[in-house]
Design a protein around this ligand. Structure first.
Ligand SMILES: Nc1nc2c(ncn2[C@@H]2O[C@H](COP(=O)(O)OP(=O)(O)OP(=O)(O)O)[C@@H](O)[C@H]2O)c(=O)[nH]1
Length: 284
């Protein structure tokens, strides 16, 4: 049962808006991975709206909730500029490599020239897998040996991207969280290299999270955010969960916008996040 079905079944069990209704709603939001903090905030806005509208009809709550959630999620809409450098981070298994492949394809479809850099040098298999995506998407590719310095890979990818006139340079970076100090140092070094070597490029730092991991994903975001500058989230495996609430928790509690959502294993299964579309789908 999806998010709105649950809300609907809560609402249909009540004839008027009372404390019991609020309590059940609150529980439903928390179970949808929205997080305690955001849920409390939503409930407060909802109570306020109900009061202002002087209504007693449980059915009116649907539209109020939808509007409140939309406003929480709707951020600024910025035009992308090129060249741009995109660092992609995320722990093993969240779909990082697949996401980079999909992103490369997304930009190719926009007519952009793309190059990929394998700066997550921890596992040879991951480097090989990224190379497969580079071939599949017709992107340039830069790799070093397993275990080499990630920052050196980024350096070479920037140089190659500049000389080949790439519009979009995507680097696969850190996938490990267990040593925060190392992660921080690695990300800081990479950030320095980008601002020194390619100051004209717009850069962004995307963290890939698996939507099916719920609150665990929120914790990963918190960790990565404290280790470096995360500018956006890619939420993968949205096809595998009805708990889209993680989007709200991340945007509201960590103030990191969700930039893309992944909804399948195919190359086209990625799209920019759209607050209106997302909220509509939630309440379908
Ligand atoms: N259903 C679904 N599966 C996905 C999505 N994104 C990635 N996957 C699958 O998730 C699995 C892990 O994806 P990878 O891209 O290999 O993940 P990774 O984070 O690079 O992980 P490692 O290679 O293990 O480090 C693969 O089977 C992907 O096909 C998605 O949006 N939906």
């Amino acid at each position: 049962m999806g998010f709105f079905d649950k809300i609907k079944s809560v609402l249909s069990g009540f004839k008027k808006i009372d404390e019991d209704l609020y309590e059940e709603l609150e529980e439903t939001l928390i179970l949808a991975d929205i997080g305690v903090e955001s849920t409390e905030q939503i409930m407060q806005s909802l109570r306020q709206t109900v009061k202002e509208q002087r209504t007693d009809d449980p059915q009116s709550i649907r539209d109020f909730l939808k509007q409140i959630i939309f406003e929480l999620l709707d951020g600024e809409h910025m035009e992308e500029t090129y060249p741009r450098v995109i660092l992609v981070m995320g722990v093993n298994g969240v779909g990082k490599t697949t996401t980079i492949g999909k992103l490369a394809h997304y930009y190719q479809k926009l007519g952009k020239k793309v190059i990929l850099g394998a700066a997550d040098t921890f596992r040879a298999a991951a480097i090989d897998q990224l190379e497969v995506w580079a071939e599949r998407t017709g992107s340039g590719f830069v790799r070093h040996q397993e275990g080499s310095d990630p920052a050196a890979v980024v350096f070479d990818t920037l140089a190659a991207g500049k000389s080949r006139g790439s519009d979009v340079i995507i680097c696969d970076t850190a996938g490990r969280l267990h040593n925060k100090k190392n992660l921080m140092d690695e990300l800081a070094k990479i950030a320095r290299i980008i601002s020194r070597e390619y100051p004209d490029a717009e850069s962004e730092c995307l963290l890939v999270l698996d939507a099916t991991t719920g609150q665990n994903g929120v914790n990963q975001a918190r960790e990565f955010k404290s280790a470096g500058d995360v500018t956006g989230i890619v939420l993968t495996k949205m096809d595998g969960t009805a708990k889209g609430g993680i989007v709200i928790a991340i945007k509201n509690e960590l103030e990191i916008p969700v930039r893309y959502v992944g909804f399948g294993e195919g190359i086209d299964d990625l799209k920019p996040f759209d607050a209106r579309e997302f909220t509509d789908a939630l309440f379908e």
